[in-house]
Write a protein that binds this ligand. Sequence first.
Ligand SMILES: [Zn+2]
Length: 282
Amino acid sequence: MRVFIAVDMEGATGVVHHDQLMPDGRGYAAAQKLLTADVNAVIEGVLLVEPQAEVVVGDGHGIMRNVLLDQLHPSARLVVGSAKPSNKPLCQLEGVQFGADVAFCVGYHSMAGTPGGLLAHTYIGSLIRELRLNGRAAGEVEVNAAVLASLGIPLAMVSGNSELQAEIRAWNTSSVFVCTKQTLGPTAAICLTPTATGELLRKGASQAIADRSCWHRSVTGRTRFEVDTYRREQAQKAFAYDGVEQVGEMTFACEHENAAEAFRILWRACTMALEETPPWLS
Ligand SMILES: [Zn+2]
């Protein structure tokens, strides 16, 4: 069995603040260890049920060089490197197109605009005020699930912040959800220890692999993404890109019969809409 684990950082054990999310933050090095421990617990849970599983981990946060390779479970491989479209047209999911039987989203957060959401955003916090998938506001996990479904891959497990559970359950009642912390506000939560979340993540991953009723398949077919940007100038830059439709002064859209292809256009348009390339995308 081939398992792809898409990894973000805002929903990892103990992560509650921006200073834990980028290399210049003083909490970053400690957060890398917490994140890697979460990923290892998930891998252990997978291997308890499927000892021969081939596990690929996609490092999908910020600079996309967060997971500590020398501390990662030896049976896994790691997708490492910047999310610029010339590297990773599928962003957090890059690599999954080479083959996976099932996927997980580990360490995730709620979408941009979630009231009181912990480190809530959608892909690029400075750019996307709201992202809609076929007319409805969607977060990163739902977008990933749509792309996965278009590649024939189900989503079996999600882990992250407490308020993410309701966001997931609005469209997916099947995947296992593991809560790593109880959100208090945008930069605070009641956190479980790595020992406690490790146990939950191991159990959740084992269940997600063993019980196929957890394997959620999103609806496939024609997919339309619409993005409301924060600034007029951002949308104007996105309009210039082939395949992008101007919807409003600050809104652009891209549409394709295949969600993975629609996402490739979306991701390139988003990176082009930025007024300058941020260091994490270089
Ligand atoms: Zn992130």
